[in-house]
Design a protein around this ligand. Sequence first.
Ligand SMILES: [Fe+2]
Length: 202
Amino acid sequence: MSQLVSTLVAEHVHIQRVLTALHDFAAFHAHDDADVRGAIGQFVTYLRKFVDGWHHHKEEDLLFDALERGPLPRDTGPLACMYADHDAGRQHVGMLAALAAASGPLDEEELAVLRRTVMGYVRLLSGHIVKEDDVLYPMAERLLPGRDLDALDEAAAAVDDANAAEGQRLRALGDELIARYAAARVGRDPAPEVSTRTPSPR
Ligand SMILES: [Fe+2]
């Protein structure tokens, strides 16, 4: 696996954990969170700056760009689908940002908008991540010549190194949201124990 692809896959793992926290925040915490708009604003910061600014930036400006200049068209097929998912995600995050920017507790209608938007966003981005991990990234590694993949690795490492402190800050914000919202549900509602014993043959 190329260094860029393995970095993107690792970022997906972090993003998916924050998506779990976002889901649980909307489903179980938002209705009685004393600073609900502040919490929505923290999720928006992570989604705009890490998911979009940090992660999608590397995809669109490096990996997708190399594919467009080479074997894949931008306007149709897998790349068109990935760009459409990114744009749809930005629209969802814009709706969350509007909720964060207003003041006072959420009314019933705003709570319903929050839940609908979050569920749609989590479904969209989770499906998008599976499409990239299982289809687009393996396709990129198959289609792009080794020298292009090496050049992409170097360019991505340079971008990440130049913004290392910001990346660390955003990951820490994601970790804080996971600990506050996703872990809280795990503590309250533990997963059922799964037997590790090998079933005896009949
Ligand atoms: Fe991605």
